[in-house]
Design a protein around this ligand. Structure first.
Ligand SMILES: NC(=O)c1ccc[n+]([C@@H]2O[C@H](COP(=O)([O-])OP(=O)(O)OC[C@H]3O[C@@H](n4cnc5c(N)ncnc54)[C@H](O)[C@@H]3O)[C@@H](O)[C@H]2O)c1
Length: 350
C-alpha cells in the first residue's frame, strides 16, 4: 500500500506521449520528495524514450508490472483521455495514489468509477488543471467569492483556435467520441474549467449545439452553449479549433453589478465601481495558456505545483488542491452541452 507519508515518493508515469515530459520534469523539480521510478506505454519505444530522457529506472508496456512495484507510490495518468479512469481504477486497486491529467475522463460513469475507486482504496486522486494554479486566477476567484464585483449577472467564454487536419492524425484517439471527444473536451477544457471555477456557482441548465464543420473527426471542432448558473446569472460558451488561424483573441468575461473581469487577452481588465483593481505582484495569464508569477521565489505553478500539492496531500492526509469531484465540475457541464445538442433539449444539471 502507498498510503502513509514517505521521505521520497516513487513516481510512475502511464502514457509516454506529448504531456508525459511535463510530469517527469515536475517530479524532478520536486526532488528529493519525488523520484521518477518507472514509465509505461503500450508502445515500448515511447516508454523507453521517456525513461532514457529522464533517467527513470525502468520502462514497460505492461501496466500490471508497473503497478506491482513496491517502490512506486504515485501514478501520473497521461494516456488518452477516455482511458484515464481505467488506469486510475487499476492504480487505486494496487494501492497507488493518482495524479490524473485533464479531463478526469469523458463520461459520467467513468468519472464516477475513478472517484469511487480512489476513495474506497484510501488513496489520493489529484487532478491537473494548471490554470487554477495561477495566483492571478486564484485572486480573481477569491474576489468573485467575496462579492468584489457585486452579484454576478453574466459570464462568457470565447475560445477561437486552430488545429490542423494533420493534428488529428498524431494519435488514433484524437477527435474520437470514445477516447477524446472534440475541441471543448480536449483543448477548451482548460478554459471551461477556469471559467466555471472563477464564476464559482453551479451550472443548473445548459443548451447548445456542437458540430464538426471543418475537420474530418467524429466529435466537435466547433461548439456553442448557453448556461444558467445557480445564482441566476447567464453564461455563454463558444469554442472552436476549426478556424483558419491559431490563437485568435479569446477571453473569459465575468460581469457583476459592481465590476467586470475580462482575462485572456494581452492586458486583463479587472475593475470595480469604475476603478481599475491593482493586483500588485501578480502577472495575468497571457493568452489562454500562459501562467506566471512576478516573484521568482513564488510558489510553483503548473504541473510542478500539482506534484508538490499531491505529495503534501499524502503527507498531511488531506484532499489534493483539485479533487476528482472538483475536476469533474466543468466536464459535467460539457457533457450536458453535448446532450443538449444531441437531444435538442435544455439539460438540467441539478
Ligand atoms: N495539462 C495539459 O496542458 C495537457 C496537454 C496535453 C495533453 N493533456 C492530456 O494528456 C493526455 C494525453 O495527451 P497527449 O497529448 O500526451 O497524447 P499522446 O497521444 O501524445 O500520448 C498518449 C500516450 O498514451 C499511450 N497509451 C495509449 N493507451 C495506453 C495504455 N492503455 N496504457 C499505457 N499507455 C497508453 C500512447 O501510446 C501514447 O504514447 C490527454 O488526456 C490530454 O487531454 C494535457
Amino acid at each position: 500500500m502507498a498510503t502513509g507519508s514517505r521521505e521520497t515518493y516513487g513516481w510512475g508515469i502511464v502514457g509516454c506521449g506529448v504531456i508525459a515530459p511535463n510530469h517527469a520534469k515536475a517530479v524532478q523539480a520536486n526532488t528529493p520528495r519525488a523520484k521518477l521510478v518507472g514509465v509505461c506505454d503500450v508502445v515500448p519505444e515511447k516508454a523507453e524514450a521517456l525513461k532514457n530522457q529522464f533517467g527513470a529506472e525502468f520502462a514497460t508496456s505492461d501496466l500490471d508490472a508497473l503497478l506491482a512495484r513496491d517502490d512506486i507510490d504515485v501514478i501520473s495518468v497521461c494516456t488518452p483521455s477516455g482511458l484515464h479512469s481505467a488506469v486510475t481504477v487499476a492504480a487505486a486497486q494496487a494501492g497507488k495514489h493518482v495524479l490524473s491529467e485533464k479531463p478526469l475522463d469523458i463520461t459520467r460513469e467513468k468519472m464516477d468509477a475513478a472517484i469511487k475507486a480512489t476513495r474506497e482504496a484510501g488513496v489520493k486522486l489529484g487532478c491537473v488543471f494548471q490554470r487554477r494554479t495561477s495566483r492571478f486566477n486564484q485572486q480573481i476567484r477569491q474576489m468573485v467569492q467575496e462579492g468584489a464585483f457585486g452579484r454576478i449577472l453574466l459570464a462568457d467564454l470565447s475560445g477561437k483556435d486552430y488545429r490542423s487536419p494533420a493534428y488529428y492524425t498524431t494519435g488514433d484517439w484524437r477527435g474520437t467520441i470514445s477516447l477524446d471527444r472534440g475541441c471543448l473536451m480536449n483543448q477548451g477544457v482548460h478554459a471551461m474549467d477556469l471559467y466555471i471555477w472563477l464564476v464559482g456557482q453551479p451550472v443548473v441548465e445548459v443548451a447548445g449545439f456542437w458540430d464538426h464543420l471543418a475537420r474530418d473527426i467524429e466529435a466537435e471542432d466547433t461548439i456553442v452553449g448557453t448556461l444558467r448558473f445557480a445564482n441566476g446569472a447567464l453564461g455563454s460558451v463558444l469554442f472552436a479549433t476549426s478556424l483558419s488561424r491559431r490563437n485568435l483573441p479569446s477571453h473569459i468575461g465575468i460581469h457583476g453589478t459592481e465590476g467586470n473581469v475580462i482575462i485572456g487577452g494581452a492586458e486583463p481588465l479587472v475593475e470595480r465601481n469604475g476603478e481599475k483593481v491593482d493586483l500588485a505582484g501578480l502577472i495575468a495569464p497571457r493568452g489562454q495558456g500562459a501562467i506566471a508569477a512576478a516573484d521568482p521565489n513564488a510558489p510553483p505553478q503548473g504541473h510542478e505545483f500539482h506534484v508538490k500539492d499531491l505529495i503534501e496531500a499524502i503527507d498531511q492526509n488531506r484532499d489534493p488542491f483539485i479533487t476528482g469531484e472538483s475536476a469533474r465540475t466543468a466536464i459535467d457541464v460539457i457533457l450536458a452541452l453535448y446532450e443538449a445538442s444531441d437531444t435538442r433539449r435544455v439539460v438540467r444539471l441539478q
